[in-house]
Design a protein around this ligand. Structure first.
Ligand SMILES: C[S@@+](CC[C@H](N)C(=O)[O-])C[C@H]1O[C@@H](n2cnc3c(N)ncnc32)[C@H](O)[C@@H]1O
Length: 304
C-alpha cells in the first residue's frame, strides 16, 4: 500500500478500529456490531488477540470516553437510518463513508438505494477488502468524489440519484476535516438535490469550545481537559495525517443549516446518549468520563 493511500484513509481506519473494539465486546455487551471492521485495519490480528477490555483500556490511556463517543455516534446514526428505512425513505447518501459498512451490517429494505461517497483511493481500498456477495451489495453504488473541489451533484446524478425520492444524507466524523466553504457548498448541493422531495441530514461537528473553553467539552471532573484537547487534535494531524481544520458553534451551524433549508430536530452528545446506549449493557460512564466535544445533529427540510 502506498503512503498516499495510508495518509488518506488514516482517520477512516481510526474509526473502524473503534468499531472492531466494540464488536469484540460480545453479543450481550456491545452497542454496535461491525463484522467487517477488521478487514480495513492494519494490526487487526493483534487487536483481536488483545480482546475488547484491553483495547478499551488502551483507548482510555489516550482519552477516557473517546471509544464510547465514537460508538455512540455510530449507533445514533444506525438507529436513525433503520427508523427512516422503516418509515419508507427511498435513498441514503453516505458522505465521507470511509470504512463504514452500515449498508451491509444493518437490516435495510432492498428498496433503499444507497450511495457511498468518498475519495477514490479510500473507496478502491474498501472495495478490495470487502468480501463478495455481501447483504444488500446490489443496492450500493460507490460514488468517488473529493468534495473539497468536485461537484457532488453531477456525480450523484450520473450514478442514478433520483431528485424526486426522499433521501437521508449522513456526514459522520467529516466536518472537522473539510473547510467551511466545502461544507457549505456540499450542503448547497444537497439542498438543490432535495428540492423535489423531503430530506434528512445527519451530521457530526466539533464544538469550537474545544479551542476556546476545552473544559466545557468534557464531563465535570474530567482530568486535564485542555491537555486532552490538544492531544486529540495532534493525534489526528500527526498520526492520522488529517488535521482538524473546522470547528463550529451551535448557533453558526444552525445558521448554515437554515440557509440551506434545514432545521435542527435533535442535537446530542455522548452525555445525552450514555445511559441510553451504555446503561443496558452495564457500561454507562460516570460524569468525569464523558467526552462530548462532538455533537450529533439531525436536521430536516420543511415538508410543505
Ligand atoms: C473520520 S473518517 C469517517 C469515516 C466514516 N464516516 C465513519 O464514520 O467510519 C472521515 C472520512 O471522510 C473522508 N473525507 C475527508 N475529506 C474528504 C473529501 N474532501 N472528500 C471526500 N471524502 C473526504 C475520508 O476519506 C474518510 O473516509
Amino acid at each position: 500500500m502506498s503512503n498516499s493511500i495510508f495518509t488518506k484513509d488514516g482517520t477512516a481506519q481510526g474509526v473502524a478500529k473503534q468499531r472492531l473494539i466494540e464488536t469484540m465486546a460480545g453479543p450481550d455487551k456491545r452497542v454496535i456490531n461491525d463484522p467487517y471492521a477488521d478487514r480495513f485495519i492494519m494490526g487487526a490480528g493483534l487487536m483481536k488477540l488483545m480482546g475488547h477490555k484491553l483495547n478499551v483500556w488502551l483507548a482510555e490511556k489516550f482519552a477516557v470516553g473517546f471509544h464510547e463517543h465514537i460508538i455512540s455516534r455510530t449507533r445514533f446514526i444506525d438507529d436513525l437510518i433503520e427508523k427512516s428505512a422503516t418509515e419508507g425513505v427511498e435513498q441514503y447518501v453516505i458522505l465521507g463513508a470511509g470504512y463504514d459498512s452500515r449498508a451491509h451490517r444493518l437490516e435495510l429494505p432492498s428498496s433503499l438505494r444507497i450511495f457511498e461517497v468518498d475519495q477514490p483511493e479510500v473507496q478502491d481500498r474498501k472495495r478490495s477488502k470487502l468480501p463478495k456477495g455481501l447483504p444488500n451489495s446490489e443496492n450500493v453504488t460507490y460514488v468517488p468524489v473529493d468534495f473539497s473541489h468536485q461537484s457532488l451533484t453531477e456525480r450523484l446524478l450520473d450514478s442514478g440519484f433520483d431528485k424526486t425520492k426522499s433521501t437521508v444524507f449522513t456526514l459522520e466524523g467529516v466536518t472537522q476535516y473539510i473547510t467551511k466553504e466545502a461544507f457549505n457548498s456540499t450542503m448547497e448541493e444537497m439542498a438543490m438535490l432535495s428540492q423535489e422531495a423531503s430530506s434528512i441530514f445527519v451530521l457530526s461537528f466539533v464544538n469550537e469550545l474545544l479551542n476556546n473553553k476545552p473544559e466545557d467539552c468534557f464531563g465535570k471532573g474530567y482530568l486535564d481537559p485542555e491537555k486532552k484537547a490538544n492531544l486529540i487534535k495532534d493525534l489526528s494531524a500527526k498520526a492520522a495525517g488529517e488535521p482538524w481544520i473546522s470547528f463550529y458553534s451551535i448557533e453558526e451551524l444552525e445558521g448554515l443549516l437554515a440557509q440551506n433549508g434545514y432545521s435542527i430536530t435533535e442535537n446530542v452528545t455522548l452525555e445525552d446518549l450514555n445511559s441510553l446506549y451504555f446503561g443496558p449493557v452495564d457500561r454507562a460512564l460516570s460524569e468525569d468520563q464523558i467526552f462530548k466535544l462532538e455533537h450529533f445533529v439531525i436536521a430536516k427540510t420543511k415538508i410543505e
